[in-house]
Design a protein around this ligand. Structure first.
Ligand code: ADP
Length: 265
């Protein structure tokens, strides 16, 4: 009988036992950590270009730069850095919409070989600038149809080829291969570029993870491309994998079902 509990439970209350409520907060802590890391990353990614835009604008406003060439050089930096902020915000919004499942897919039956060609054509300038050779699946091949969302899947193709370009050496080779089985479509983007170190390969699909931050930033990367690609592939009920040898090159392989509704869940 615990006298001090009488006010709460009335006279004669007897302790029969104790109810212990244990919450496993490991998972909550982990999610909090991920969220706070994410906010720190976003803030850092935004701070760098904003600082640069502010600094160069201040210098221009102070009227201390008189020659036109230098003024134009500074203006170009301001433009490029604003562009980076724009891209980052665009990627972040897209990632957040995908993660909230706020992206309804517009599934159509599409000739994927045609789609690969039209998507790759938008990167022609970058390919030429680096003197790269891009090998695409043969257009004369029989039309190969897959059910997918044209806009979202062309973004998958675009991001993978853009990465192959960014992480290639001058005059390198990029190959986009396709394999069709009855049920599945396989897309493989291979480059003979810088490759990915073995100990970091499992992390490349994480948000903001970059093997070499300076190189990624220099080529305009936001560090979000592959995590967006992975989400988009999963929306198509598919999977993505990477194989790479540092210094020799990488292959990113995407596998999606040819009929979108065949797979439930
Ligand atoms: P980024 O904007 O930095 O390219 P991504 O999410 O697309 O971001 O890629 C994450 C990281 O994975 C890159 O910073 C790079 O280190 C590595 N990576 C991606 N694609 C390739 C590739 N084809 N070859 C070598 N490394 C790559």
């Amino acid at each position: 009988y615990d006298a001090h509990l009488t006010p709460y439970y009335g006279k004669g209350w007897k302790r029969r036992g104790i109810i212990v409520v244990l919450h496993n907060i490991t998972n909550i802590r982990r999610l909090e950590q991920i969220r706070s890391d994410f906010i720190a990353n976003v803030s850092h990614e935004l701070k760098t270009p904003v600082t640069s835009v502010k600094g160069f604008t201040e210098t221009l406003l102070s009227n201390e730069v008189n020659d036109e060439k230098t003024r134009n050089y500074f203006l170009q930096i301001i433009y490029d850095e604003s562009d980076r902020i724009d891209r980052l915000i665009h990627d972040l919004l897209q990632l957040s919409r995908i993660e909230k499942h706020d992206i309804p897919l517009n599934i159509k039956t599409v000739d994927v070989i045609q789609l690969i060609h039209s998507t790759a054509a938008t990167l022609q300038n970058e390919i030429e600038k680096k003197g790269l050779t891009l090998q695409l699946p043969n257009l004369d091949e029989k039309e190969m149809f897959v059910e997918l969302d044209v806009d979202r899947f062309s973004q998958v193709i675009l991001n993978l080829i853009a990465n192959a370009i960014n992480y290639s050496k001058e005059n390198g080779n990029i190959k986009v291969g396709v394999v069709f089985s009855k049920d599945e479509f396989v897309l493989a983007v291979t480059d003979d570029g810088i490759g990915i170190p073995k100990n970091t390969i499992s992390r490349v699909f994480e948000r903001f993870y970059r093997v070499d931050k300076a190189r990624s930033r220099h080529s305009g990367g936001t560090g979000l491309g592959l995590s967006i690609v992975k989400h988009l592939v999963e929306l198509h009920k598919g999977r993505i994998d990477v194989e790479s040898v540092e210094g020799e090159g990488s292959t990113f392989t995407v596998i999606i079902p040819r009929k979108h509704h065949d797979v439930s869940s």
